[in-house]
Write a protein that binds this ligand. Sequence first.
Ligand code: 76R
Length: 249
Amino acid sequence: MSEVATTLEGWYSLHDFRSINWSAWKSADDEDRAMALDELQAFVQEWTTVESTNKGSSTAYSIVGQKADFMFMHLRETLEDLNAVETAFNKTIFAQYTTKAYSYVSIVELSNYMSSANGGDPMDNPEIVARLKPILPKNRYICFYPMNKKRELADNWYMLSMDERRALMRTHSLIGRSYAGKVKQIITGSVGLDDWEWGVTLFSEDALQFKKLVYEMRFDEVSARYGEFGTFYVGSLLSEQSFEDMLKL
Ligand code: 76R
């Protein structure tokens, strides 16, 4: 058996995609709509408390295309907390005007391919903790997709030696690093939690950089030979104001 890569885990993650039932929303009376918007605002404002007490982070993005209309990304300490925020939204009046489009459950993950373990407890390292429990960036654009590493007879990532995987991950990270300052990525592990092995969440001020980065990585052996990809979602940041603007009739 090949050496298992060791991983560090941080906050649990839920990507919660919803579609809006516009005909129901439009036929609601003004009072119901106003109540729904007030309650939605309170739901979003609650995230500030969660972030300031370091118990998690949440963000909202509108989604372009027909796969969904908007998404929440929530990071929380436990699966129960994640479930609670999902349920809290389901109980809102506004949720009655939405349908579930897709969801993804995972956990923020760092692997040991690139790290030079220095013997200490990694959780004492504030840089590592900040990466495992990140405050979600407020960049204009998000890109999310799930992925696997291939397990086929000829190309089986999981049967490569640790040294081979480490060497491949090195070139992967070199490409990644060349996008420093342009794209921020959060890798969440989902083996045993959801249908794919990882969730990839990218943030940028320029959506074109998603295409550039993902395309460049396709030529890198880790993605070219071993990457398998799910559905891509792309969208733009919903502030309290733009969320309200989106719902204005
Ligand atoms: O320790 C680190 O996080 C830095 C090195 C690094 C690892 C270990 C790294 C860097 N990644 C790592 C792990 Mn990545 N990454 C992806 C995708 O579309 C595709 O082809 C692949 C989707 C992107 C776009 C991306 C970006 N990475 C992983 C893993 C886990 C692998 C495993 O354990 O087997 C996956 C699935 C994955 C996928 N990666 C970077 C980036 C970027 C931008 C970086 C540079 C980050 C930085 O240095 O700031």
